[in-house]
Each structure stands twice: as C-alpha cells, then as structure tokens.
Ligand binder design. Structure first.
Ligand SMILES: [Fe+2]
Length: 313
C-alpha cells in the first residue's frame, strides 16, 4: 500500500507543475513525514549486498569521480548449475567503501517493494516512467564530477547529510559541465534526512558528503514531451486498416505513387480530425501511469483469494 501522496511530500501537484516542473529547482526541507529510512535504510542495503544475489548494473561503484571496474567487487559463481559471472562480493564492496568509494544502486524500484511504492507516487503524479537510484557515499567524499542529468530528479535525503551546489541554468545539453563557466551556484545547501530537492532535467549539480555517511535516493522521472505523446497517438491511428497495403515506392509511375501518398495523408488527417481529445488524454495518462518501473499487479496474492472465491461462489 502506498504510504505517501505527492501532496504529503511537495504540496499541491498543480501548483508544483505551474511553478517548478520543467522550470526551476525546488528545495523542500523536512518534506518526508515520519522516518525517511522507512523508504530505504542503510540496513536494507547491507542486507541486499549480503544476499550476494545483486549484480551489476544494479550495483556500481565510483571512486574519485570515476567508475570502478566491476571485476574488483564481483566474482564468478555457480547457482544450481548455471554460471553467474558477476555475483557481488560483500567484503570487496565494504573494502572499497571504507577506502572512500561511493556505491550506487540502480533501479531499486525493481528490488524493494517499498521503493517501488515510493516511485509510484511520482509516476502517478506525472503519468510518466519513474525509477529510483540510491547513492551511499562515505564521509568527505565526492561521487561524481559536476554534471547535468537527462531526466527530472527528485533527490530524497534518507540518512546523513550531503552538500549540493546547484545552478539554475539549463541551456546546454547533458553530461559533465564546467562549473567555472557557470559562476556562483544558485543553491549552496546541505540536505539532511527528510529533505527533498527537485532538479529539472539538465540542471547542473555538484555534490559531496560532509562528516557522515550519506544515503540519498534519486527518483528519476522521464518527462514525456508532446513529441512522445503524439507518437503514441499516431501509432494508434496508424493501426487503421487503410494503411495496411504495401506500396511499391520506386515504381516508374512516380505520379501514381505520389497520389497514393497524398490519399494516405488525407486519411490520416481525417482520423486526426475525428479524435476526441478528452478520451485520448485519459488513455495517455493511463499509459504513463502503467509504464515499467512502478506498475503493480497481483498474481499470487490474488490467486489465493480467487481460488477461495471459485470454491465458494
Ligand atoms: Fe546527477
């Protein structure tokens, strides 16, 4: 069951969309009600690494801003006769962490149900795919160079503190960026447990830990542009049987092919004209909310109830 709503965390969703979404960063102190480690704790991550089942790309390690080759913290093992070439070695992960490396856990929404529930808050609100990446960073360390991400990020500080420098400057592409050129940051802040920091995609940021181990979760939301949405609408329209025939494009009768194409443009135009925006918006919202990453269904839990019901209709 979902524990939080978007309103609990960041207030009215329409107001957020109007003022901040795809516009500018928002820092909300103490945004998570209750204990933020109920979403994900350092102990959960200890348990996960000790299970030895987690493998790259779910786990990654960086040191001095550079990725550490997985061969330094994985080994080959055999599970019921099947070779697993890169099972994680907990002792190696701990050794690297103690030497100042940061550990990144990708797509934890595919592993922890409570993290998936938390992602669902964002995918429902924005009708878009959402994933969770956790960062565990030792004291006085920097995981990555200054960079811009290609997704919207909701940073949720779960334990310890982390220092963030953020520039409200989204004019360039994604990837590493030169902070010298950006001038003084617009935010120079330390996040503590329960704070949420929203960064629209391409917002430059540089992050380092202070005196404690830091655990934060980055909830990424992939914005769907009008282009992406209209592609879905067009795909649906192009399923129409009037587009099933197979043209011979390099025909010597070029004029005939051009007329055929003109007819298809007109058919498509007619189909677009007949579309009802109201039901199409509903469909696009439904698709966005059931995308990979935060979808949910009951297969086994429901099966028991279904079979009881079948016996006692
Ligand atoms: Fe980032």
């Amino acid at each position: 069951m979902q524990r939080y709503s978007f309103e609990d965390l960041l207030g009215d969703a329409d107001f957020f969309a109007e003022e901040y979404f795809d516009k500018r960063p928002l820092l909300k102190r103490g945004a998570v009600p209750g204990d933020p480690q109920e979403i994900l704790s350092l102990t959960d991550l200890d348990d996960l690494v000790n299970l030895e089942a987690v493998r790259p790309p779910y786990i990654g390690i960086t040191k001095d801003g550079k990725p550490v080759d997985a061969k330094w913290f994985t080994r080959a093992t055999v599970v019921q006769g099947t070779l697993i070439p890169d099972a994680v070695v907990p002792e190696k992960v701990h050794e690297l962490f103690k030497s100042g490396a940061s550990v990144t856990w990708m797509s934890l929404n595919q592993i922890f149900p409570q993290v998936r529930d938390f992602c669902r808050v964002f995918s429902r609100t924005f009708a878009s795919r959402s994933d969770a990446v956790a960062f565990v960073t030792p004291p006085h360390s920097r995981g990555y160079e200054a960079h811009r991400d290609a997704v919207d990020v909701f940073v949720v500080q779960l334990a310890g503190q982390k220092h963030w420098q953020v520039w409200n400057d989204r004019y360039e592409g994604t990837g590493l960026c030169d902070t010298e050129k950006l001038g003084p940051p617009d935010f120079d802040v330390t996040l503590t447990a329960g704070d949420i920091f929203y960064l629209p995609y391409r917002t430059p940021h540089l992050v380092c830990t202070e005196s404690d181990v830091s655990l934060h979760l980055s909830i990424t939301v992939r914005p769907r542009l009008w282009r992406d949405l209209l592609m879905l609408t067009l795909h649906k329209l192009l399923d129409d049987p009037s587009f099933d025939d197979y043209p011979y494009l390099p025909s010597n009768d070029r004029r005939r092919v051009e007329l055929q194409l003109q007819e298809k443009f007109e058919s498509l135009q007619k189909l677009i004209g007949d579309m009802e925006a109201e039901s199409e918006v509903d469909r696009l919202i439904r698709i966005g909310r059931s995308m990979e990453g935060s979808s949910s269904s009951r297969i086994f839990g429901g099966a028991e109830r279904r079979s009881v019901h079948a016996q006692n209709p």
